[in-house]
Design a binder for this molecule. Structure first.
Ligand SMILES: [Zn+2]
Length: 330
């Protein structure tokens, strides 16, 4: 039999069928296009839901502040503090509830006092005061202004702006937040859009997620103040220029102790006199003593609060006085 002629059916079947290159390219294009669509969709959804272009940022753990970012009242064996309610009556249930929640801290022994409604929130030495009012369209919902004299808190005034606090959840969250600052606590986190930490010093778009002090802050209070049965021991918590030493691990060692000399005794008496002056100073005299600034003058304090336009401002007024302003921004 003869060989199959070219062009016959058998000849065609034995020829390899060439792949169409266009088909592969089309598939690749398709995959790339779908990937781009998915990425764009994820970014868009993330922006809408969390305000962040990278959706993974939502889950990134925050770096909560340590105790060195806090300020302290002068207390080393637990903090016993009177908190004054200068609010309108409708705020009192929120105040009482928050005080009760903060009182869960082993470090705190909170006493409360009631005074007449004080829109201006004039400070009281050695106490925290909480006030409310329609302060207008400010850039803050809650404000805490803390004055430190010689590195320790002299007083704290917390103000709640009714203008921006329309509902109970907002009121409860803001009350807890501002009272928290009053102990000297900083913000746990100032990002509105990341995962809520569950504590009221964490900024949030969903206040109902962050209504309580939270274990993180309760633990931080123990670090800052110790407890009635366990005095504060961590040397890193000493303020660096407070005269308490400010020693840090690995830092310079203190000079060796020597027996007290006559001049030491005189210095001690002067220190004692200085402490006494701080305790009994009349505001007018204080103004002259503290470099012309009266740490108890409401107008002075307000001028610093007004000058602050972010979450936290630290004003070193002079060698004696520091003013910390914490704003829960609108
Ligand atoms: Zn705040």
């Amino acid at each position: 039999m003869s060989a199959t002629p070219p062009g016959s059916k058998r000849s065609l079947q034995s020829q390899p069928v060439p792949r169409e290159p266009n088909c592969l390219v089309r598939k690749l294009k398709c995959i790339i296009f779908i990937s781009i669509l998915l990425i764009a969709g994820a970014i868009g959804l993330s922006l809408v839901l969390t305000g962040k272009p990278n959706p993974l940022d939502y889950f990134v753990p925050t770096d909560p502040p340590g105790s060195t970012e806090a300020v302290r009242w002068d207390a080393n064996q637990g903090l016993e503090l009177e908190v004054i309610n200068a609010l309108e009556d409708f705020w009192t249930p929120f105040f009482d509830r928050s005080v009760q929640e903060w009182n869960q801290s082993e470090a705190l022994t909170i006493r409360t006092g009631r005074t007449s409604y004080d829109f201006d929130c004039n400070p009281i030495r050695g106490k925290m005061k909480v006030c409310n009012g329609d302060y207008g369209n400010t850039d803050w919902r809650g404000l805490n202004t803390i004055v430190l004299v010689h590195d320790h808190v002299e007083h704290s005034v917390a103000q709640l702006n009714d203008y921006h606090l329309p509902d109970d959840i907002q009121r409860r969250y803001t009350m807890c937040h501002e009272i928290g600052h009053g102990w000297g606590l900083p913000h746990t986190d100032t990002d509105y859009f990341n995962r809520d930490r569950g504590d009221c010093l964490d900024y949030t778009n969903s206040p109902r997620n962050n209504l309580l002090p939270g274990q993180y802050n309760l633990d931080l209070l123990v670090e800052l103040y110790g407890t009635p049965t366990m005095p504060r021991t961590n040397p890193r918590l000493n303020n660096t220029n407070s005269g308490e030493g400010g020693l840090r691990p690995g830092g310079p060692r203190p000079p060796p102790q020597r027996p007290p000399q006559k001049e030491d005794k005189e210095d001690e008496e002067e220190d004692e006199e200085d402490r006494y002056l701080q305790t009994v100073l009349d505001p007018a005299v204080a103004s002259a003593v503290y470099g012309g600034v009266d740490p108890n003058d409401r107008d002075t304090i307000r001028s610093y609060a007004d000058a602050c336009h972010r979450e936290h401002c630290h004003f070193k007024v002079n060698n004696d006085i520091v003013i910390e302003v914490y704003k829960l921004m609108v």
